[in-house]
Design a protein around this ligand. Sequence first.
Ligand SMILES: Nc1ncnc2c1ncn2[C@@H]1O[C@H](COP(=O)(O)OP(=O)(O)OP(=O)(O)O)[C@@H](O)[C@H]1O
Ligand SMILES: C[C@@](O)(CCOP(=O)(O)O)CC(=O)O
Length: 205
Amino acid sequence: MEVSEPRLVLVFSGKRKSGKDYVTDLIQDRLGSDVCCILRLSGPLKQQYAEEHGLDLQQLLGPGPYKEQYRADMIRWGETRRHDDPGFFCRLATREACQPVWVVSDARRQTDLQFFCSEFPRQTQSVRVQSSEKTRKQRGWSFSTGVDDAESECGLDSGVEFDWIITNEADAPSLDEQLQPILKLAEEAVTSSRSRPPDDPVLVL
Ligand SMILES: Nc1ncnc2c1ncn2[C@@H]1O[C@H](COP(=O)(O)OP(=O)(O)OP(=O)(O)O)[C@@H](O)[C@H]1O
Ligand SMILES: C[C@@](O)(CCOP(=O)(O)O)CC(=O)O
């Protein structure tokens, strides 16, 4: 597989409108884009889906309501591709990543997490972003049958012991405070990548 070996892989998951993009953008902002890339598993999916259906890719990628009209069909479309090859979108999303810290913003299924845990067992850390339904509603979420009760939203609700849980709520400790240990881990991973020759073993977490 043609990927350069990352030093740290932070695999994020969370319900719709929990703030996965917001939190992962903040991490990249703190670490810098030379050190940290954001990988969206839904990126290559939305790109191919937009091409096939003549849709606006930028709107599909953004946080607004446009993508919600297509979500159920995009899920079905993606699942037909994942059926034979569960790592299909994971491989596409990671193929050009070259920074030492990878932030995967949208793991949804056990197979997504398994992909990173098996490709990068020593570097992978799982992170759950959680918000109350009330807060998610304020951010534009409403329950949609076939989406919020399907694997796309519930696949990681149980059976995973997350390494980190971030509560993205106004009355929780600030995100900077909660992210402190993760940012420290990332900084250590980057320091170790600078002080070791390229073929040395990666940081053992
Ligand atoms: N801590 C926060 N402070 C202010 N705005 C926030 C915060 N967290 C999230 N938001 C806003 O809430 C909306 C949803 O957040 P975001 O897009 O990050 O969620 P998501 O989990 O990636 O959602 P989805 O996958 O359903 O699109 C965005 O408009 C974002 O800017
Ligand atoms: C179709 C899908 O990739 C949409 C993800 O959109 P978003 O990350 O919520 O913006 C969800 C899925 O793959 O199940």
